[in-house]
Design a protein around this ligand. Structure first.
Ligand code: BGC
Length: 904
């Protein structure tokens, strides 16, 4: 049977209404038959338009070609689909349009006139209705954050409306169905407004960056009547007396808020009002306390067991005037005390002055990044406290499972890091005095993010701000939305202009985003061109380089890494040219594509002249330089082997650890694997020492860290100045798990067709990845059993996949579930020793002697044995010093030893 699921219009799951008169529809298909393809579809809109049967396999982003939809109207769409097996299916979808661009004509921005500029205030109006309304909608926005309530009940359950946009250009409005909240007779409509991103302090940029008055605007349609915000509204004080993003909130429940004040009109350009296009922030989950701690200092601390973003809600039965203070932290220090050093100037404190009696309270216009809360002023009973995890509400679309619990934990940590940092904009961190839309961070993480969660709408919204904030000269600010009109630029950060939309396009197949973003890409590339000097390269200007790479000389600059910053800048420029060229081709601009590719060729030639010797050595012989050169197609064919062996040496030098920063971590493991260094990739990934992903897991991380040594091996904390425990740049390793280990990669955008080329992890007996693609669920997994390795692959309807197995075979299949069995080799064997292991450790291990002395007796007897074990050589170094035959023998020895140890 053919079945339609997930019939949706634009991103209607975001629940804010459809914002286009000619929206696009998407759906997924399921069938009990293999090789199912859609042959035709038809969309009717009840009462408006009978669609035509369109003979096409398109099932995502299908344009609606009928009569344009009207604003603020409810519709029902009916979809019929036919497939190649002669089956058909239908599905219906009810949706509603927003005001489009024709709202708020009679409404004005109003602010409370309390006689002083408060952090928070309530604007309200009494409305008398003759009867309960049939249909009531409120369209609302604010300069600041707001909550709408009707008769004391909050409309919707979103946090932080209207969201953070570049208010200098765009201000989103939201739609609320308030029909059920209104009653016959007198009603009170209230909009509580707080500072929010509009006025709160943002990093070092200060307060009141967009304006110094909080105000709200609303158009409320109740049946045939319209109520606008204007001078007829009134205002009063709010119980929230202090509200800051970093410092937290103070709520005085004893404050007398009954006095009525007038409102004042605030001038703000209404043409900036725009539909909300991304999902709202919500309490996406609620966590209970896992442990109550009294620290050595005597602090009463509750542990929620998970680092994330949000606030704490608590229940209290207190006295009037009792003061309860909650302070938030990500970690305890090595002595077990509450630690806030890494929050820098963020006070991250919520204070509540109780009204007396039973109360349930939480901060509403701020959030914190934390796992622990310190409670003062009341008894910290675990059952009274709940962590409201606040995040943009995104459906989880990626899942990893494995027999190795640490890998599963890492995958969960990556998701939690995304959840904590996708708070209306993609931020760097949720805890310290930043929480900003740093463009370089999302450039590194966007591919993983797009697999993990459905973030097409979320990133579309952010890219709309990027396009608006792009400088006249094409500059892309390092932070979007930019807190200040000028806030600098740098390669990678600016290259997010191509990298982010490209990742979104590949994951979800949305061509319109590419079309919207293409002019911004070209403008950026024109700016790059204007900066190039006589060598054809950019060699000046501010660069963050390989941010936080571990190979930096701390005396020179501890954060920028050892790789030449202009090599990185030019390499990323070449990549941006390549993405823009692909975009031009997809948009049908063949000539533009050719000229961008020519420009890229010239740039690559210039990079080679400047940064490569005639024999293939590179100016910076670092992991980052080699990876970028290989990944971005910069290495001349004749020098590939040289660069690959340089890369191998760079990994060996670090004993199977990485040294890359923001520039290359996201490409490192995939590139190593692609160029025959799979063993090195796995050794970097699987090692449990610092720096490494699983080191963090072993240290108890529940989110991914900014610094590899955030907690040092001895348990002490790295210096507080830059030490976030919730940063996603290195969480980009998620893409390695999906693309390389599970091997799922698009060959057509959105996975209309894709390849599956698994690379099982040695010693990890089971692994599988699932991606809920826009076509349906894709799975790739393996299991090792009795010397065999069994691969399973799931291909959704209306797509095809080419599967490449490690035994060298391949096949192309349509939808269905498939199982393949291959010889297992040593895949199932845990790699106790690797090429990066030290010989002295190996030879001192009694368990290996029996096997090893049979295969390589010369290593274990007499003089040479003693001198070998006294050297601090790695196995790999010994292999590279040996001739070919001895090298093979050593590798064979390693295999046999692992087989023996790994099976025990
Ligand atoms: C942020 C980063 C960001 C960087 C720019 C930091 O403070 O947390 O993740 O990209 O500044 O160098």
């Amino acid at each position: 049977m053919l079945k339609i699921t997930h019939f949706s219009v634009e991103n209607s799951y975001v629940g804010t209404g459809v914002f286009a008169s000619r929206p696009r529809f998407s759906w997924k298909l399921e069938s009990d038959k293999n090789d199912t393809f859609q042959t035709a579809y038809k969309i009717d809109i009840a009462g408006l338009c009978e669609g035509e049967k369109i003979y096409s396999a398109q099932s995502v982003w299908a344009d609606y070609a009928g009569t344009p939809l009207a604003p603020a109207t409810e519709y029902t769409a009916k979809l019929t689909v036919w497939d190649n097996h002669g089956q058909s299916a239908t599905s219906e979808l009810a949706f509603e349009t927003t005001l489009f661009d024709c709202g708020f004509k009679g409404a004005q921005f109003i602010a409370a006139d309390l006689g002083y500029n408060s952090d928070c205030a309530v604007l309200f109006k009494k409305v008398t209705l003759k009867s309960r309304p049939q249909r009531a909608r409120a369209y609302v926005s604010a300069l600041g954050m707001y909550e709408l309530s009707v008769n004391g009940q909050k409309a919707g359950d979103a946090f932080f409306a209207p969201g953070w946009t570049d208010y200098r250009r765009t201000l989103q409005y939201q739609t609320y169905d308030i029909t059920a909240l209104l009653c016959e007779g007198e009603n009170i409509i209230e909009i509580e407004v707080a500072k929010g991103w509009y006025r709160a302090r943002l990093a070092d940029y200060g307060n009141n960056l967009y304006g110094n008055k909080n105000a709200a605007i609303s158009e409320i349609r109740i049946d045939g009547d319209v109520i606008n915000t204007d001078k007829t509204w009134s205002s009063r004080k709010s119980n929230v007396v202090m509200s800051e993003l970093y410092d937290g909130e103070t709520c005085d429940c004893t404050l007398d808020t009954s006095q009525i004040f007038p409102v004042q009109i605030v001038e703000f350009d209404k043409s900036r009002l725009a539909n909300q296009i991304g999902p709202s922030c919500h309490a996406v989950s609620e966590l209970g306390v896992v442990r109550k701690i009294i620290t050595p200092k005597g602090e009463h601390v509750l542990d929620f067991g998970q680092n994330a973003a949000g606030v704490v809600r608590f229940k209290v039965n207190g006295l009037r005037g009792q003061r309860v203070t909650l302070r938030y932290a990500e970690v305890l220090d090595d002595e077990g005390n509450f630690y806030t050093g890494n929050l820098r100037t963020a006070k991250s404190t919520d204070t509540f002055i109780l009204s007396g009696g039973e109360q349930v309270l939480n901060a509403r216009f701020t959030y914190h990044g934390f796992r622990y809360v310190r409670v003062e002023g009341m008894e910290a009973r675990a059952e009274d406290f709940t962590f409201l995890v606040i995040s943009s509400d995104l459906p989880q679309t990626g899942r990893i499972s494995s027999s190795d619990g640490d890998i599963e934990r890492l995958a969960r940590n990556i998701l939690w890091t995304q959840r904590s940092n996708f708070v209306d904009v993609p931020t760097d961190c949720p805890q310290r005095d930043e929480r900003l839309g740093w463009t370089g961070d999302i450039a590194a993480f966007c591919e993983t993010a797009a697999v993990n969660s459905g973030c097409s709408a979320f990133l579309n919204k952010w890219l709309r701000d990027m396009r608006g904030a792009q400088g006249e000269d094409g500059d892309i600010p390092i932070i979007i939305p930019p807190p200040a009109p000028v806030c600098g630029t740098s390669a990678i950060w600016a290259d997010s202009v191509t990298i982010v939309p490209w990742a979104v396009y590949l994951e979800y197949g949305d061509k319109r985003l590419l079309k919207e973003q293409f002019p911004a890409m070209l403008k950026y590339l024109a700016k790059q061109r204007s900066l190039k000097g006589a060598t054809g390269l950019i060699k000046s200007g501010h660069q963050f380089g390989d941010w936080l790479a571990l190979d930096a000389d701390p005396a020179v600059d501890g954060k920028r890494g050892a790789t030449d910053v202009y090599f990185i800048a030019n390499a990323y420029w070449a990549n941006s040219l390549f993405i823009a060229a692909q975009t031009a081709r997809i948009l049908g601009e063949e000539e533009g594509c050719e000229s961008l590719l020519r420009e890229r060729d010239e740039l690559i030639a210039a990079i080679r002249r400047e940064f490569f010797t005639p024999n293939g050595r590179m100016v910076s012989e670092t992991q980052t330089a080699c990876v970028l050169a290989l990944k971005f197609g910069i290495v001349p064919e004749e020098h590939k082997d040289v660069v690959i062996s340089t890369l191998r040496r760079c990994v060996e030098k670090r004993k199977g650890h990485l040294s890359t920063g923001f520039a290359a971590t996201q490409y490192l493991l995939q590139t190593l694997t692609k160029y025959g260094l799979e063993e090195q990739a796995q050794s970097i990934f699987l090692n449990r020492t610092c720096p490494g992903w699983l080191y963090e897991v072993e240290k108890g991380a529940t989110t991914v860290w900014e610094r590899w040594n955030a907690i040092l091996p001895d348990g002490t904390l790295f210096e507080p100045e830059m030490n976030s425990f919730n940063h996603y740049a290195s969480a980009s390793v998620g893409a390695y798990l999906y693309r390389t280990v599970a091997g799922i990669e698009q060959t057509e955008a959105g996975y209309k067709s894709f390849s599956v080329r698994p690379h099982p992890l040695k010693g990890v007996k089971e692994f599988s990845a699932e991606i809920d693609s826009v076509y349906g669920s894709i799975c790739s997994g393996y299991k090792t059993k009795n010397g065999k390795i069994i691969f399973t692959v799931k291909v959704p309807a209306n797509t095809s996949a080419t599967i490449f197995l490690p035994d060298g075979t391949s096949r192309t299949v349509g939808s269905g579930n498939y199982t393949f069995e291959c010889e297992g080799g040593d895949y199932g064997v845990k790699q106790v020793y690797t090429l990066e292991s030290r010989l002295c450790d190996f030879m001192a291990d009694e368990r290996v002697v029996e096997v090893a002395s049979k295969i390589a007796p010369q290593m274990f007897g007499g003089q040479s044995g003693a001198s070998l074990s006294s050297l601090k050589l790695s196995f790999g170094q010994l292999v590279s010093m040996s001739d070919e035959k001895a090298g093979e023998m050593l590798k064979g020895l390693l295999k046999e030893v692992n087989k023996k140890l790994g099976e025990n």
